[in-house]
Design a protein around this ligand. Structure first.
Ligand SMILES: C[S@@+](CC[C@H](N)C(=O)[O-])C[C@H]1O[C@@H](n2cnc3c(N)ncnc32)[C@H](O)[C@@H]1O
Length: 470
């Protein structure tokens, strides 16, 4: 596995992702879009808006034919149709587009891991009693992940499975006494009832609930839930070993986790490597931006390549890696694009105005507030509860800013398109680093498999690992 091309690419296109989106207008990020050297432009690209037909009187393109060359990518992208924009992250481009843009588009499809649902997976049909209370997305995830975990367990002779970050633990109190505990471990229920695995769910968060919940009682499966925060420390590793020993005297455990956020996946990988009793692992991650800086990169190989390429992952890069993938972008219609561009542009104008919004007001706007900037302003100023005398002043400042920057609205979607295109490159790098970390350990085999349909569940890349037979 070679990371150098990806590092080089991410360094070159840092301007696409390395900034807070609310600074979009303030930083004038679109001005960083490349323009091509004149020779290339003459041979490959003439902006449609300024195209001057060649005639016998004027055989060479004049300088005047390229007045917009500084904004060349932007010129092409703002003129692209919705269909063209939606298809860019899938490697489609028009032959007359700038060479550098075509190279960018070619690389965003060649660098990432393939995420088409693997064809040789067996999903399980969940019983209708299991499906109760589950969303279609959860049903899809549980059906496929159960099949994958079952196959892994059979191959590695495991009958005990530990589900880390299994879901909310509910604690029921009666007269200030702990009365019972249950967890919403859909996967654990499926694996224990459909295949007979002995399940142990680990969850760090408790939610207190006084009402009796019927989920646990309607299923008679062999699972237990434990409140336990898995951490990357010696004490935690020791308590974890003790915990699994006390749950089963057998030696072969499978460790799994679905939507393991932040540090949880790196921690699970390290625990897996260090625990002889855990024979195999299946994990899917999310929320990479919640990871501590010490957890990325994990592999020696990427550490070396990153320091050689002088590239480091910022919070913005990790946040983009955790965002929607290109499949949802592909189906966006005009209204959705328009709503998104207004959302980004209006928030960016508020940021530029210096108006400070506290946390309660940041997400105040609803779709209906974006019909026009006036409507947005009315709602914003109403809810921020500024003193009467400041409201008019603030309104004037924001209206002036809107007039000055109105054209930026049309730059948001072209820029977002580049971000959507780069998202799989960033996510793949994080996952390949984890894969490489496992492969760097003696006696461990690992692979990445897309186990969900990306349209249904975008974080669909599972890391599967197992140890050499003892
Ligand atoms: C995104 S949720 C996924 C829940 C469940 N696996 C699912 O797919 O529905 C991640 C869960 O992991 C738990 N979690 C996060 N870090 C943890 C840790 N270090 N140890 C145990 N649980 C953790 C969180 O409390 C949360 O419930």
């Amino acid at each position: 596995m070679d990371f150098q091309d990806t590092i080089e690419f991410l360094t070159k296109f840092r301007w696409v992702y390395d900034f807070p989106l609310t600074f979009f207008i303030g930083l004038r990020v679109w001005e960083q879009m490349p323009h091509e050297v004149e020779a290339d432009r003459c041979s490959t690209y003439v902006p449609k808006s300024t195209y001057v037909p060649r005639s016998s009187r004027d055989p060479q393109p004049s300088k005047a034919a390229f007045p917009l060359h500084v904004l060349q990518w932007l010129d092409v992208l703002t003129k692209a149709s919705i269909k063209e924009l939606n298809n860019i992250p899938f490697g489609k481009f028009s032959p007359e587009w700038p060479m550098t843009l075509k190279d960018f588009i070619t690389q965003v499809v060649s660098l990432p891991i393939n995420r088409d649902l693997s064809l040789n997976l067996e999903s399980i049909e969940l019983k209708s009693s299991h499906k109760k209370g589950m969303s279609p997305k959860k049903i899809h995830e549980v059906s496929f992940m159960s099949g994958v975990v079952h196959k892994l367990c059979v191959k590695n002779k495991c009958v005990d499975v530990i589900d880390v970050g299994s879901g909310l633990v509910r604690i029921h109190w009666k007269y200030r006494r702990l009365c019972s505990m249950e967890f919403q471990g859909y996967l654990s229920i499926a694996l224990s009832e459909q295949f007979g695995y002995n399940m142990l769910g680990l969850e760090s968060v408790q939610s207190r609930s006084h009402g009796a919940s019927d989920r646990a009682s309607t299923h008679s499966s062999a699972f237990s839930a434990v409140e336990f925060e898995l951490a990357d420390t010696e004490e935690s590793h020791a308590s974890f070993s003790e915990l699994i020993r006390s749950h089963s005297a057998k030696n072969n455990w499978c460790m799994m986790g679905l939507h393991c956020c932040g540090d949880l996946t790196p921690t699970m990988l390290r625990v897996f490597v260090q625990s002889p009793n855990i024979r195999c692992l299946a994990v899917l991650s999310c929320c990479y931006h919640r990871m501590s800086y010490t957890q990325f990169p994990m592999s020696e190989k990427l550490q070396k390549d990153m320091s050689a390429g002088q590239w480091a992952a910022s919070t913005f890069a990790l946040r983009l890696a955790a965002q929607e993938t290109r499949t949802r972008w592909q189906n966006q219609n005009y209204d959705q694009h328009e709503y998104h561009s207004k959302n980004v542009a209006f928030r960016s104008l508020v940021e530029l105005s210096g108006l400070k919004l506290d946390k309660r007001h940041r997400k105040i706007a609803r779709p209906s507030h974006f019909t026009s900037f006036e409507v947005y302003l009315d709602n914003l100023l109403q809810r921020t509860k500024l003193p009467e005398e400041d409201v008019d002043c603030c309104r004037n400042i924001l209206q002036d800013l809107y007039k000055q920057h109105e054209e930026c609205l049309s730059y948001v979607e072209p820029f977002t398109c580049l971000q959507v295109a780069i998202q799989p490159v960033l996510e793949s790098l994080i996952i390949q680093d984890r894969l490489m970390f496992l492969r760097e350990q003696p006696g461990i085999y690992a692979e990445v498999v897309p186990i969900f349909d990306e349209n249904i569940s975008p974080r669909n890349l599972a890391i599967l690992a197992w140890k050499e037979a003892m």
